[in-house]
Write a protein that binds this ligand. Structure first.
Ligand code: GLU
Length: 315
């Protein structure tokens, strides 16, 4: 299935205990949607006897103090995790090392395109919407030399398929696009799609529970995992919480973080109760442990929940 798989042996360590995880990007405070996904991820891991890892994805978009507040909010909600909170940034050399394995197998190329160029090329007739059109894939060495003078290159995967299928707990068999995704950005930062795949494999994560906005990314991540010799995890994409406009819940939609809801007079338990109801859990959640009683996620809501601003609560 992976004709040009690198020769080196798989690095996936089957001896690691199976684990689930929650992986927030510390770009701001967690809102109800993030908290709900975290609760679901914790529940899936704990209900299936897995370890649960909290991994802060701090390779980009970091807001000062947000990681610490994210961790504190998850603990306040009643979630626990195994081992210390994990941070991605110290592993940059490891991520780049995995790209080197792909490069040695002829599976990468340098890309010099600006966002504008990609946008223009991708919207040309016959372009796959949103996919990289392959502008730099087959440049001559001469052309590369010239373009290298203009801007530092990003590194892209030389994908040999256009789509790939994964299995998702809620969506079932899901087929989505695989393109020549960026592995290393042109500022030398490992890209999300690479880091998530490498970390999940090296941390023994065989169950990925996250928001269903990331379902379209699962095929390209599973494909990349296969190229690196890893086994793809099982996927559980949970529906998002939407704001009043129907778009994904955001800070601008009102009081949506634990702190903001506390300020309106709501307790953490009120929030937990709402999270359980909006997921469609049959039990009333007085504590997170209640989520594990009568565990039956197959009966959860599969439609997104809509948040409407909570009125100030009188004591
Ligand atoms: N860090 C990503 C986010 O907060 C989630 C990554 C993942 O769960 O795969 O959107």
């Amino acid at each position: 299935m992976f004709p040009s798989q690198p020769a080196s042996p798989p690095r996936y360590d089957a001896a690691l205990p199976p684990a689930g995880r929650f992986a927030p990007s510390p770009s701001g405070d967690l809102h109800l949607g993030n908290l709900r996904t975290a609760l679901a991820a914790w529940g899936f891991a704990r209900a299936t006897g897995r370890k649960f890892i909290l991994r802060v994805e701090d390779l980009d978009r970091v807001k000062v103090g947000a990681a610490e507040r994210n961790v504190a909010d998850l603990a306040e909600l009643g979630l626990d995790w195994d081992g210390p909170v994990d941070y991605q940034a110290p592993r940059i050399p490891q991520f780049l090392g995995e790209v080197r394995r792909l490069t040695d197998a002829g599976l990468t190329y340098e890309c010099y395109c600006t966002r504008k160029e990609i946008h223009a090329a991708a919207s040309a007739p016959h372009g796959i919407p949103g996919a990289y059109p392959g502008t730099c894939r087959d440049l001559s060495e001469q052309a590369r030399e010239r373009r290298r003078q203009e801007r530092p290159p990003a590194i892209r995967l030389r994908a040999d398929v256009h789509e790939f299928s994964v299995h998702d707990y809620f969506a079932g068999e899901y087929t989505g696009a695989v393109d020549d995704m960026v592995l290393v950005r042109n500022d030398r930062t490992p890209a999300y799609n690479l880091a998530v795949v490498v970390d999940d494999a090296h941390q023994g994560i065989d169950q990925v529970v996250r928001g269903d906005d990331l379902l379209p990314s699962a095929p390209r991540q599973a494909y990349l995992a296969g190229l690196l010799g890893y086994r793809a995890p099982e996927y559980v994409h949970v529906p998002l919480v939407l704001g009043p406009t129907g778009a994904r819940l955001a800070k601008r939609d009102g009081a949506v973080t634990l702190d903001e809801l506390h300020a309106l007079g709501y307790t953490t338990r009120d929030v937990l109760l709402w999270l359980g109801q909006s997921l469609g859990v049959s039990r009333t959640l007085n504590t997170t442990a209640d989520l594990l009683r009568d565990w039956n996620p197959g009966a959860w809501n599969t439609d997104p929940a809509t948040f409407t601003q909570w009125p100030e609560k009188r004591a």
